[in-house]
Every structure is written in structure tokens, then in C-alpha cells.
Write a protein that binds this ligand. Structure first.
Ligand SMILES: [Zn+2]
Length: 991
């Protein structure tokens, strides 16, 4: 991403034909520096949209409308299966090959409720077209082998493979992935609302697949779904980046040659509006030892306008922002202040990824008997707002947020092109204008004018789409201690009945099929198959590293780092406080301090007024707790980092806000404090199922280094236990809590601990530097930073019991820091294990959704992890074998080259301006210089099979003794595992 402020000159004219494509429209959108080309392939009717700009991270994506006919997950299983291989690329897993051996900056596939999208991105032109070529062929001409269907979808097998007397069970990657999804309360609540709000449409089905329905899908139905929807006629190609449109069209003409227009009806039907509101009761799983009281979630949800009615859609989005988007939102506030529940429901806000927009709001941490009162409160509040109107600042603040986020260049987990693609699809998928949602500055201008002409604009929206809209659903989700066991029992019963229905010959066929599948999985690909994939050479890869401009200076004796980067008019400021010597007993309070201080009152203003200031003048204030080892592994650093971002015109106000928070933060509002703590507890709790592997890694890693210990203490189960205790005994703990937090405030926010980091272009830097000087004068300063405590945590193999149908298994080893000669090989070994041994044994053969390895030189740990795993014991066995395998077997030259290219690709992921500034700061704390990075890169590029093998055997033979295991799973599964495991897991409840 560079700094040009213009969009590219148009190179094609509307109405012209090129390479068999009719150019329907060419439009420049200077506000986002894009020239858009909408074209259609004459012969097949394939739709192509190219957003041409100067970003060299080009994105290619193929999307199909895929309305699900049922909840067997057919679109999802197909999404997995097409990527396995095609006639031209007859490998067993092309997708994995592409991850391993290309410079892709993004490669994935997504199943939505009504569409399936296959995006790839790269910064290197040859690599980009290689990826696009393979991806297109996979999607349009997949092999869809029966084995692939069984492996990705579902198949029957015996618990003990060869023993037809052992229990019958179902396995499959999507099957286990969805078992994980159906263990997540948030995911279940969302599903229940979506499925019941649109009962007469494809949205009433789960496109991902309900584990109970997945086994009903037949191989024939699966193939038929591909035939029906995966044609160029039903395809939408979305392209983004600096490659000229004509080059894309020439490429696509080649890819689409041989295809004809087909008959396809993939229209997404609209839901007819209800005449009166409905309600639905559902359940979600909690642990056996959990108390169900106060754990119900109540939501009100509305079906609203069609997404193609763009103006209403955006007005609804703004109205949602006003109502619930900030702590000052009147609907949010009314719900919280009512005391009917702990905090806002996680399903709150507008949903745009469906044909008809939905809005939901509600309370978490309540009881079923309060549902009617909650609903009445929501309706009364809306009624009052429709009459009395909204605070002007709050509307301005919401418009500012939309302006800010439309302007900010973001490239975090996804390329920027993906974000634009999402906006395009909101209308394009439903045959609306694809460009309508792109020009944020103009949209905001239009809305502002409308609002000025009609000050009641937003009240009218509330009246029409909320109060006068009978298409409303009240959803009550109650916790159930037996949810899990009932499902497990029902499954066992189903398997018993199924077994009884089979003759012994049929049982034997199941055994034979399952072992045939296992053989297929371990069999190497046909000789020469891999060579058919287009590939890069090591010599094509640049030896240079990308550097981040950094200038070191000081303000009032405080060290400052300045990064002169084009940020599109947004300034980023990080204030990093050294917290390494904060006494051990108050370390766990640091995350709460961050959460409370940024969300409560300050400088005489209450939290509502502060929240309003924040939305009006900043793009957000966040806090991070971060710890790491220095490059040489000899020291640790620990920081509490506050980040504030704002448009240049608001820098002064933004600095005043953060200054008020740090010097005059007021945490005395007890009710607000209680709510924020509950929110933190509930959010942490809800994140376990979606990221159980990370929780398991933290639990195991805590014993191995100070940074890993802090990670567990601040972000892991230890923090969850801590916050749960504080929240559950708030009345007892509150005065002690306030005293601790106040003392932390006094200890932490001092000048001598501070390090300042500024990211902006020269105009923003000048404005920030000036303001920051004033701000730091307000900070107190006395004394020095003391000596850090050395915390310790015993290395115990634990089993943490959680209410889930699947497991997360972690084995973590102590590992060296960045400057160690082993670090480059370890970095590569982790990648090789992830896409090689573990992928094959944990995912392909084991049926888990994921198996991976991570090396983190900053925390000094090397981890082996599984995600949504049906196994525990055999996974631990695979880990042992994996280490053994990699320490004994020499990698082939060809494999190594793939790993090198893939590893370099992962290092070269593009970063947005904000991350570049942030990463440069972290590198500075670590003492990581550009010379170190260059050395590391060259070490990777010059790696030989011998060096890699030598490093693996040397590292693992020494580190294996440090290994700690942690497994997150149901109590039953943990116990069952312990019956077999030699070294037993110490089983503990989650909190
Ligand atoms: Zn999936």
C-alpha cells in the first residue's frame, strides 16, 4: 500500500468487448483510490468485478451462490472437498500444497449461509496467477473422490479400527469442526436466531452442517450440489489490486474456455414478513459443576430491510451504532442499567451478510423468567427514543465512526481486498449494484444532508423498522447441564441401533471401507502429480527484508519512536508502560485495570460522557498486555500498552481523552465496574471453545518461561479463574479490588516507565509530537523501575474439563530465543510439522479440524496443538511420533524448497500502517534489529536438509524433557484418556 491519492486512469471503456468479456461499466471512486470495472463473460454469463488500485497485494476470488437445501452441511463439505484435487492436479490435497509452497499472503475458503467464496492473494505476480490458475481449476473441475467425501464429510468406523466388536462411531473433518461449533454457546445462539427468523428460506438451514444431520448426506447428493451451483454462469469473480484489468480478463478467458451458459436457479428467496412476533426457547451446554442460575441469554431480533435497499441498510447500520454501538448507546444503557442481566448479549447489532438485514439486541447472564420484562424494556426504550429523539453528539459520534473505519487502511488477518469484497457482496449477491457500498465518504455526506434536512430521520427509522415491524423474534437460550450428555447418549444409542441393523457382513464392509480410507490417506500421491503444480524457485525470492522507518528521539526525557508512514490521515499513538516490577500479587489485576480505566469515567465526567467523547473524537482506545524475551534470551520485558487512534483533525481532543484516562481515571462507579467485570468474565469464557487450542497452549506453556507465564496469567485460564472469583463475589471483593486497582494506577502510569510510539505521515507526526509533549507533562514521575519478580509455575500435565463435544490437546516444550542458531530451523520445523506430519495424522487421519505446531521465540516455547479433535490419547501418540520422525528423517530437497518458500511467504505477509508501527515498537522492546532479521532470512533461504535434520535432533533430544501437556475436553473424555495414559493428567474443573 503506497501513498498515491489518485485512482488509476481507466484503460477500458464501458460497452467495449475484450477477450470475450463485455465491459458493463467503468467507475472511478477517488475517495478510496479505486477504478472499478464491472464485466460479464459473454459465453457463460460469469460476472467479474475488478477493483483496480495501486495495492500490490492482489486478490482473486471465486464466489458462488449456494443456498443450502438442508442442514447436512453440503455447501461446507463441498468447500473442503473441491480443494483436494482436480483432474489436472490429481493430488490428494492441493490446498495444503499451496499453503506450503507458495508466497500466498492469504488462501482460504468460506461457507456463508447463502454463498461459498474461494479467495487467494499474493504480492508476486507470477505466484498470483499460479494460485489463481490452480484455484479456478479446483473449483470448476474437482475430482470429488469418494474418499475425499468420506474424509472431509463423514464416514463410519470402529473405535478400534480392525475390531468389528468395538463401538461404531462417525468421523469426518467437517463433522468434528461442526461438533466444535455446536459446543460454542455464542455460535449456537446465533444459529437459533438466524434459523428461526427466516423460517421459509435457505437461512432456516445450517450451511455449515448440524452434526446430527451431516451423516444423512449421500455422496450422490454431494456431487449433485456441485453440478447445480459450481458453474461459471453462477459464479462471481471478485478481483482487487494493481494488476491491469485486461490481464485478468485474458487469464479468465483461458480459464473459462470450454464452458457454456447453463440453467441455474440460485436465487435467494426473501422471507415473507410476519404479522406478529414469535418466540423461541433453546438450550446451550454448560459444565456439570456449573450453576445454571443467571446464565440464560435473552435476545430480541428483527428481520428488516433488503440488503439491496442500500440507503435503508446504511441507515439501519447507523441506527444500530447509535442504539448499542457504544457505552453511551441509550438502548444498551437501558438494558445494562435495568440489572436484569450481567452484560449485553454477544449477539448484538446489525447482520448484513444475509439477503434481508437482521438486528438483534439482548442481555446475557439473566434468567428465563426475566425474558418478558427484558423484551418490554427494549420496546419501551425504543418507543421513548422514537418520541424524544437522540443526543446529537451520539449521532455525530456514530457518523464519525463510520467515516473513520471507511478511511482506515486495515490489513490484519485479512487483506484489505477481502474487506472491500465483503461490502460488495452485501448487494452484488442479491443482484444489486456491487459498487454501492464502497464509497463511504460520499455515503456519510449523503446521510448527513438527509439528517440535516430531517432531524427526525433516525427516530423515523426506529418507528418503521423496530416499533412498527412485527417480524420480531424473542429468543431465550437457557443453559443446560445435560445438553452434552444427552447428545452423547443419543449418539451412542443411534450407533447401537445402527450396529444392530447391520449384518456381520455389512459390519465387515464398514471395517474394510474404513481401512481402505486409511490406506488412501497414507498412500503417497501418484509420481509426478506434485510436479504438475506451477511453482516458484528459491532464486525468485528476494533476499532483502522489508524495513519499517523508525526514528528514535525523546520528549521530556521519555524515549520516543517515530514511524513516518502513509496512514491515510489517521494518527496512531502507543503509550507503553513498563510493568515488569509490578508486585506479583497484583499482576493478575492488570487486565482489569486496562479494561476498567478505558471504559469508565475520568476527569469529572461519567462513563457515558467519556464514551461519547471517545466515539466522537477517536477511532478507539485499546490496551494490550505484552511480554517477551529479548533476542539473546537473557532478559524479559513486560509492557502495558495503550493505543489511541484518531483522524488528524481530532488529534488534540484524542490526546486530552487519553491524558484524562491515565491521570484522572475514575473507577468509583460500582455498578459500571460490576458490569465491566462481568463482561470480561463472560467474553473470556465464551472464547474457550472457539480458541481452545490457544487456552491449552497457555496452560501448558506457563511453566516454561516468564513471558509464557504472563500470557497464561493475563489471558488464559488463570485469568478466567481470577475474574470469575472477582465477579462472583463482587460484593465481598469490591473494596479490596478498588484499592488494588488504585494502587496499580499509581504504580503503573508514571513517566519513568513510559515509552512512546508514533505512527503517521509527517503532518500527523508534527501534530502528535506537539500534543504529546503537553500530555506527558501531566504524568507524575518519581522513582525508578524496580527489579522484576520471577514468578514460577509448576509443570503439571493437566486435563481441564469443559462442556465440549471435542478436545484441544497441547504439548509444549521450552525453546530458545531469536538469536539462537536453532531459531531459524525451529521456525521452519514448526511449519513443516503443521503442513506435514501433524496435518496428515491429526487432521486427515485423525479427523480433527486442525493439527499444528508453533514456535514462538519471544515466549521461548515450541508447541504441538490440536483443534476440535475427536481424540486425546492417539493425538498425544502422534506428537511423540512426530518429534521422533522429524529428528530422524532427512527432508528431501524438493520438500525443503517448498517449506522455504512457504516460510518466507509467512514472513512477508503485508502489514497495514497501524501494525507496522506497532510491530516496530515490539521489535524494539525485544532488541531485534534489521540485521538480525536479515541474518534470519538468509539462514532460512540457505537451509539444507542436513542442517535442518541436525537442528531437529539436537533440539528435540534436549527439549523433550521440558514437555508439558494440557488437554481441554469433557470430564468423561479426560477420564477415559487417563485409563490408558501412562502419565496421568491431573483433571481440574475449568474455573
Ligand atoms: Zn470447514
Amino acid at each position: 500500500m503506497t501513498g498515491s491519492a489518485h485512482c488509476p486512469e481507466p484503460t477500458l471503456a464501458a460497452g467495449s468487448m475484450l477477450h470475450g468479456f463485455r465491459v458493463l461499466r467503468v467507475e472511478q471512486i477517488p475517495e478510496i483510490r479505486i477504478t472499478a470495472y464491472e464485466t460479464e463473460h459473454d459465453k457463460t454469463g460469469a460476472k467479474v468485478l475488478h477493483l483496480h488500485c495501486d495495492d500490490r497485494e492482489n486478490l482473486y476470488s471465486i464466489g458462488f451462490r449456494t443456498p443450502p437445501p438442508d442442514s447436512t452441511g453440503v455447501p461446507h463439505i463441498l468447500e473442503h472437498a473441491v480443494l483436494a484435487g482436480s483432474e489436472r492436479y490429481p493430488l490428494k490435497d492441493v490446498f495444503n500444497e499451496l499453503i506450503r509452497g507458495t508466497l500466498q499472503t492469504f488462501i482460504n475458503a468460506f461457507t456463508y449461509p447463502d454463498k461459498t467464496i474461494y479467495p487467494v492473494a499474493s504480492q508476486v505476480r507470477t505466484d498470483f496467477f499460479n494460485l489463481a490458475r490452480v484455484y479456478t481449476d479446483l473449483v470448476l473441475n474437482p475430482r470429488l473422490l469418494k474418499e475425499t467425501f468420506s474424509q472431509e464429510g463423514h464416514h463410519l468406523e470402529f473405535v478400534n479400527q480392525e475390531d468389528t466388536d468395538s463401538d461404531l462411531t462417525i468421523s469426518g473433518i467437517v463433522y468434528n469442526e461442526m461438533k466444535g461449533a455446536y459446543s460454542s454457546p455464542d455460535a449456537l445462539m446465533y444459529k437459533v436466531i438466524q434459523e428461526h427468523l427466516y423460517p421459509d428460506t435457505p437461512y432456516s438451514f445450517d450451511s455449515g452442517g448440524n452434526p446430527e444431520d451431516i451423516p444423512l448426506l449421500s455422496y450422490e447428493q454431494f456431487r449433485a450440489f456441485h453440478r447445480a451451483y459450481y458453474s461459471p454462469t453462477n459464479a462471481r469473480f471478485f478481483l482487487y489490486g494493481d494488476i491491469p484489468t485486461a490481464d485478468h480478463l485474458a487469464f479468465l478467458a483461458e480459464m473459462l474456455a470450454g464452458f457454456d451458459r447453463v440453467d441455474v436457479d440460485s436465487t435467494i428467496k426473501s422471507q415473507t414478513k410476519w404479522r406478529k412476533p414469535l418466540s423461541i426457547h433453546g438450550t446451550y451446554p454448560i459444565g456439570k459443576e456449573d450453576n445454571p442460575a443467571g446464565k440464560t441469554v435473552v435476545n430480541a431480533a428483527w428481520m428488516m430491510a433488503e440488503n439491496t435497499d442500500y440507503e435503508t441498510a446504511i441507515l439501519l447500520q447507523i441506527t444500530s451504532g447509535i442504539l448499542v454501538g457504544s457505552a453511551a448507546g441509550p438502548l444498551r444503557k437501558a438494558l445494562i442499567d435495568s440489572g436484569f442481566g450481567e452484560d449485553l448479549s454477544p449477539i448484538t447489532g446489525v447482520e448484513r451478510d444475509l439477503k434481508q438485514i437482521a438486528f438483534a439486541v439482548g442481555l446475557r447472564g439473566t434468567d428465563p423468567d426475566k425474558a418478558a420484562r427484558i423484551e418490554a424494556l427494549i420496546m419501551d426504550t425504543l418507543q421513548k427514543l422514537a418520541v424524544s429523539g437522540f443526543d446529537r453528539d451520539l449521532i455525530e459520534g456514530t457518523l464519525h465512526q463510520i467515516e473513520f473505519h471507511g478511511k482506515e487502511i486495515i490489513r490484519s488477518a485479512y487483506p484489505y481486498g477481502i474487506i472491500l469484497m465483503g461490502r460488495v457482496y452485501h448487494t452484488w449477491l442479491y443482484d444489486g449494484d456491487p459498487l454501492e457500498g464502497l464509497n463511504f465518504p460520499r455515503i456519510i455526506e449523503d446521510i448527513r444532508k438527509k439528517w440535516e434536512a430531517n432531524p427526525q430521520l433516525f427516530q423515523e427509522i426506529v418507528q418503521t423498522w423496530f416499533l412498527d415491524n412485527p417480524h420480531r423474534l424473542l429468543s431465550v437460550m437457557e443453559p443446560s447441564k445435560t445438553y452434552q450428555s444427552e447428545r452423547e447418549e443419543a449418539f451412542k444409542e443411534k450407533m447401537r441401533r445402527l450396529r444392530a441393523s447391520f449384518s456381520s457382513k455389512e459390519l465387515d464392509t464398514i471395517r474394510l471401507n474404513a481401512s481402505a480410507l486409511k490406506r488412501f490417506q497414507v498412500e503417497p500421491d501418484m509420481p509426478g502429480a506434485a510436479a504438475k503444480l506451477p511453482k516458484l524457485n528459491i532464486s525468485d525470492i528476494s533476499r532483502a527484508i522489508e524495513t519499517i522507518p523508525t526514528e528514535k528521539t525523546s520528549i521530556e526525557n521519555i524515549p520516543v519512536m517515530v514511524h513516518d508512514i502513509f496512514t491515510n490521515g489517521i494518527a496512531y499513538l502507543d503509550l507503553a508502560f513498563d510493568i515488569s516490577d509490578v508486585p506479583e500479587e497484583i499482576q493478575p489485576y492488570l487486565p482489569l485495570l486496562g479494561k476498567l480505566i478505558t471504559n469508565m469515567g475520568a476527569a469529572g465526567l461519567d462513563y457515558e460522557e467519556m464514551a461519547k467523547r471517545i466515539v466522537l473524537k477517536t477511532g478507539g482506545i485499546s490496551y494490550h498486555l505484552s511480554a517477551g524475551m529479548t533476542v539473546d534470551g537473557r532478559h524479559n520485558w513486560q509492557k502495558m500498552i495503550f493505543r489511541i487512534k484518531s483522524l488528524y483533525r481530532n488529534i488534540r481532543d484524542a490526546l486530552n481523552i487519553i491524558s484524562d484516562i491515565l491521570t484522572a481515571g475514575d473507577m468509583s462507579n460500582e455498578a459500571r465496574m460490576r458490569e465491566l467485570i462481568a463482561e470480561r468474565k463472560n467474553n473470556l469464557h465464551a472464547s474457550i471453545i472457539p480458541s481452545g487450542h490457544a487456552f491449552a497452549r497457555r496452560s501448558a506453556g506457563a511453566a516454561l518461561s516468564v513471558p509464557a507465564y504472563r500470557d497464561e496469567q493475563w489471558h488464559g485460564r488463570t485469568q478466567l479463574k481470577f475474574v470469575t472469583r472477582i465477579a462472583d463475589q463482587f460484593n465481598v471483593t469490591k473494596s479490596d479490588l478498588l484499592a488494588k486497582l488504585t494502587s496499580l494506577q499509581g504504580i503503573a502510569f508514571r513517566k519513568e516507565r513510559l515509552c512512546i510510539n508514533i505512527t503517521a505521515d509527517s503532518e500527523g507526526i508534527a501534530l502528535l509530537s506537539e500534543g504529546v509533549t503537553e500530555m506527558v507533562r501531566c504524568l507524575s514521575g518519581n522513582g525508578d523501575v524496580g527489579n522484576p519478580d520471577k514468578p514460577s509455575f509448576p509443570p503439571i500435565n493437566t486435563g481441564i474439563s469443559i462442556p465440549a463435544q471435542v478436545s484441544y490437546v497441547a504439548k509444549v516444550l521450552s525453546a530458545p530465543a531469536y538469536a539462537d542458531p536453532l531459531s531459524a530451523p525451529l521456525f521452519m520445523l514448526a511449519r513443516q510439522l503443521s503442513s506435514g506430519y501433524l496435518y496428515k495424522h491429526i487432521r486427515v487421519q485423525g479427523g480433527a479440524y486442525g493439527g499444528m505446531s508453533q514456535y514462538d521465540p519471544m515466549s521461548g516455547i515450541f508447541a504441538l496443538l490440536s483443534y476440535r479433535d475427536p481424540n486425546i490419547v492417539s493425538t498425544l501418540h502422534v506428537y511423540r511420533e512426530a518429534i521422533d520422525f522429524i529428528s530422524r528423517n532427512r527432508t528431501s530437497r524438493e520438500e525443503l524448497e517448498k517449506t522455504i518458500i512457504g516460510t518466507i511467504g509467512s514472513l512477508d505477509k503485508p502489514m497495514d500502517p497501524s501494525s507496522r508501527g506497532y510491530i516496530a515498537m515490539i521489535r524494539n522492546f525485544t532488541g531485534l534489529s534489521d540485521e538480525d532479521r536479515l541474518k534470519f532470512r538468509n539462514y532460512l533461504l540457505d537451509m539444507t536438509p542436513e542442517l535442518l535434520l541436525e537442528a531437529a535432533s539436537r533440539y528435540f533430544s534436549a527439549a523433550i524433557d521440558s514437555a508439558v501437556i494440557s488437554v481441554y475436553s469433557s470430564y468423561e473424555n479426560l477420564q477415559k484418556a487417563n485409563e490408558v495414559l501412562e502419565k496421568k493428567l491431573t483433571i481440574e474443573a475449568l474455573t
